[in-house]
Design a protein around this ligand. Sequence first.
Ligand SMILES: [Zn+2]
Length: 57
Amino acid sequence: MTLEVLCGGCGKVLYSGYDLRSPKEVVRASGGKCTGCGKPIIPSDFTLEVLKAEETV
Ligand SMILES: [Zn+2]
C-alpha cells in the first residue's frame, strides 16, 4: 500500500510512502505550508489517496 498526501490547493504530493501518516504529521514535516504553492496547510483540506501497490506499475 502506498499513501499519498496531496495539497488541497495545487495538488502537489506532500508525502508519498509506505508508512501511514496522519495529515498533522505531514503538516509538521513540511513546515506547516505547501512546498509547491506556499499555502498554509490545513489538515482538513488534505486529499488522501491510498493506492494498492499492485495497481501502481
Ligand atoms: Zn500547494
